[in-house]
Design a binder for this molecule. Structure first.
Ligand SMILES: Cc1cc2nc3c(=O)[nH]c(=O)nc-3n(C[C@H](O)[C@H](O)[C@H](O)COP(=O)(O)OP(=O)(O)OC[C@H]3O[C@@H](n4cnc5c(N)ncnc54)[C@H](O)[C@@H]3O)c2cc1C
Length: 310
């Protein structure tokens, strides 16, 4: 069994920031991720709001964060699987596909998963025309007609980025107004390739082997519009990846991990950072901030008085 000062679950911006701070402070740190390093940032075509680094691709930002953590000595195990854990005692135990680990503290930074529409036809065409990542799949739809579902900043910004590939992008949104920032709305509205279907929702995705159409229901009058499209990108928010931890730390009624200002959860030695924790604003900068605070709090915890000796 390998032993560390701290184990971080999740290698998104929150986990990588915590890893950078802890390993730079000469703590032994392992980051375990069930997927690729970078989290949702890798899904982001262009990051325009990270201070000091304008015009940056999400992939580049994630790669640089990883490099920085590794150079300070942080170990990263990607494409792993968390099989079981025991966080009850002073020592925390984790069993993953890659092996068994022990640590004095754990930071949960597992972010979230794309929220699904929940339609049967969505499941059928996932990976066959339906995607949740413009950066990963946009290129497959060069010169094609596609739809984007959603009305927040992610939907608006990713719709604009998809116009680099697609012939037309129709944004389908359930309300009569968008929830995004004014500049994101303006940019989408001024793009000649983008069309809008407001107060509408997806009734069904259609096709034989892959996606070839979509039936859209008007929420105003119940009428159905059929569009011939080969791609659909869904950006309707995220569901926190906290479910697996629900027996060991307190969750909010929205299933986010509850922490105090120092990112400490309801369980001693277990911290949470980034999109998985209860908070209002979910951004790369706020995830980075959470990761920093969690790492500094873990250092205090590791250097604090040994409760056995008090
Ligand atoms: C399409 C899109 C565009 C966006 N654009 C921007 C933008 O322009 N600017 C901005 O500031 N923010 C943007 N965001 C939001 C931003 O990406 C997130 O707020 C940020 O990535 C959250 O970081 P995180 O580290 O908390 O979680 P994540 O980035 O979600 O990383 C979590 C990591 O944990 C891993 N994981 C999950 N479950 C487990 C498990 N059980 N065990 C181990 N590992 C696990 C995942 O594989 C993932 O790598 C965007 C998000 C999306 C989806």
């Amino acid at each position: 069994m390998k032993s560390y000062d701290a184990i971080i679950l999740g290698a998104g911006p929150a986990g990588l920031s915590a890893g950078i701070y802890l390993s730079r402070a000469k703590q032994s740190v392992l980051i375990l991720d069930q997927g690729i390093v970078g989290g949702q940032v890798v899904l982001t075509h262009a990051v325009a709001n990270y201070p000091g680094l304008p015009e940056l691709s999400g992939y580049k930002l994630a790669s640089d964060m990883k490099k920085q953590a590794v150079e300070f000595g942080c170990e990263i195990q990607a494409n792993d699987k968390l099989l079981s854990f025991n966080f009850e005692g002073k020592d925390k135990f984790i069993t993953a596909k890659s092996g068994e680990y022990k640590s004095k503290a754990v930071i949960i930074a597992v972010g979230g998963q794309p929220r699904k529409l929940g339609l049967e036809s969505e499941k059928r065409f996932q990976g066959l025309g339906i995607s949740y990542c413009a950066t990963c799949d946009g290129d497959f739809f060069t010169d094609e007609d596609i739809v984007v579902v959603g009305g927040g900043n992610s939907a608006l910004e990713e719709a604009v980025s998809l116009t680099k590939f697609a012939k037309t992008v129709t944004i389908i949104h359930q309300f009569d107004h968008f929830q995004g920032y004014a500049h994101a709305i303006k940019e989408a509205e001024e793009n000649s390739k983008i069309k809008f279907l407001m107060e509408s929702e997806i009734e069904e995705f259609t096709g034989t082997e892959s996606l070839s159409g979509v039936n859209i229901r008007s929420l105003k009058d119940g009428s159905t519009t059929k569009l011939d499209i080969t791609g659909a990108f869904i950006f309707i928010g995220y569901v926190p990846g906290s479910d697996v931890f629900k027996e060991c730390v307190s969750l909010s009624d929205r299933k986010e991990i509850v922490t105090n200002e120092e990112m400490a959860t309801s369980r001693d030695g277990i911290y949470a950072a980034g999109d998985v924790r209860q908070k209002k604003f979910r951004q790369i900068t706020t995830a980075v901030s959470d990761g920093t605070i969690a790492a500094l709090a873990v250092m205090d915890y590791l250097n604090g008085p040994d409760p056995d000796k008090i």
